[in-house]
Design a protein around this ligand. Structure first.
Ligand code: HEM
Length: 105
């Protein structure tokens, strides 16, 4: 089954809006990558201040290929790159072992 890569972003409260805007303006940065299956930006509500960037991929190779190519373009802003909203990050890796979806009516 698929694999999940979650980028955990440490974002100060006053930078939340900036972060969300930056993601909103980068729509399309990952959708066309081979093996890409799902993306969600998860805003913390309780229990943590970290944002989770949830991504799901067909396999590890697809994710690695994205990381080595398109990911760099999706993340770089050139010389005038603004200061990141996030103060730090960490990547978590998972394998999907079980899943369910609602039954079709
Ligand atoms: C698991 C996969 C991902 C990894 C490992 C990753 C890596 C990173 C890292 C290290 C940062 C913080 C530092 C920086 O700004 O460069 C970041 C922020 C960001 N990433 Fe990603 N990313 C992933 C997925 C995505 C996806 C799918 C998108 C686009 C839809 C995206 C768009 C952004 C944006 C807009 C920021 C905000 C920069 C800021 O802090 O202002 N990332 N990512």
């Amino acid at each position: 089954m698929s694999i999940v890569k979650i980028n955990v972003l440490n974002v100060p409260a006053e930078q939340r809006e900036v972060l969300e805007q930056r993601f909103a303006s980068r729509a399309g940065a990952v959708e066309n990558s081979d093996g890409f299956e799902w993306f969600e930006l998860l805003r913390p509500v309780e229990g943590t201040d970290d944002y989770l960037v949830y991504t799901r991929w067909r396999d590890e190779a697809s994710f690695q290929a994205w990381m080595e190519g398109p990911m760099k373009a999706a993340h770089q802003g050139g010389a005038d790159r603004p200061k990141p909203a996030a103060t730090g990050n960490e990547v978590w890796s998972f394998e999907v072992v079980q899943q369910a979806a609602p039954k079709q009516a």
